[in-house]
Ligand binder design. Structure first.
Ligand code: MF3
Ligand code: CO
Ligand code: CO
Length: 255
């Protein structure tokens, strides 16, 4: 596995990309309402990234992905393709934004609610958020990838939710998906040891029901097999000398 250790100058450039990705999520929040289509949300994000940020939406044409952001609703786990679907009251919605600025990637996603969420939807969104936070809080030099996965898995399963196994966090930099793979399950002390200068995402996909998933015929959209709602949150972070820095967190925002 070829893990690129980033220099302080490179991390500064990734801070810029990370901030831009986070600003897209802040910008789009007021538009996530019953009646809007996911295609309209995609277009607003696309135009903002291209015209306001002078950046590039990384998903567009990535392995053939046809849109600029991923939008995954309710039982959709990830990689939802924006289109004509209109959001309705109660929908829980993940918007996953990746921008490229001056050759560097920033990748982040969060959950939004169209009006008042369903009880189960809100619950899985909150569990997924806290699972991500538990994973992030383990990050420091000398910790392992298994420590991250273990923290996420034990929390999510204690809340009677499940962790999707087929997709993981990833190293990120000049590449969208670099080594290492960051599993959201695992055993303490196992796997690669973290070092200052590593930059990767943590992005657990948590299901309210069973962990098993299915790929829709569009070859992108991942859904839960049991149709239970699913939720995901994602940050890009750098390992620092004594812990971590979240590159996709805005100064006044919660994690
Ligand atoms: N943003 C996703 C991630 O967190 C990847 C989306 S790839 C796409 O890694 F092609 F579906 F856009
Ligand atoms: Co990612
Ligand atoms: Co992402």
């Amino acid at each position: 596995m070829a893990v690129h250790i980033k220099t302080p100058d490179e991390i500064e450039q990734m801070r810029v990309a990370g901030r831009l990705a986070a600003e897209v999520l802040r910008m789009i929040r007021p538009y996530v309402q019953p009646g809007v289509t996911t295609g309209e949300l995609d277009r607003i994000c696309h135009d903002y990234i291209v015209n306001e940020q002078q950046a590039h939406p990384a998903p567009l044409n990535y392995h053939g992905f046809p849109k600029s952001v991923c939008i995954s609703v309710n039982q959709q786990v990830c990689h939802g393709i924006p289109g004509d679907r209109e959001l309705v009251e109660g929908d829980v919605v993940n918007i996953d934004v990746t921008v490229i600025k001056d050759g560097w990637h920033g990748d982040t996603s969060k959950m939004f609610y169209a009006g008042e969420p369903t009880t189960r939807g809100r619950r899985v969104a909150e569990v997924a958020h806290q699972a991500m936070v538990r994973g992030i809080e383990t990050v420091q030099p000398g910790a392992t990838l298994g420590d991250i996965g273990h923290a996420i898995q034990t929390y999510a399963e204690a809340q009677r939710c499940s962790v999707v196994r087929e997709y993981c966090g990833h190293g990120i930099g000049r590449g969208f998906h670099e080594d290492p793979q960051v599993m959201h399950y695992g055993q303490p002390g196992e796997g690669m040891v973290l070092e200052e200068g590593m930059v990767f995402t943590i992005e657990p996909m948590i299901n309210a029901g069973k962990r098993h998933v299915r790929l829709l015929p569009d070859q992108w959209t991942v859904v839960t097999k049991d149709h239970s709602p699913s939720a995901q949150w994602e940050h890009t972070l750098a390992v620092t000398s004594d812990g971590y820095e979240i590159l996709t967190q805005l100064p006044d925002d919660p994690v």
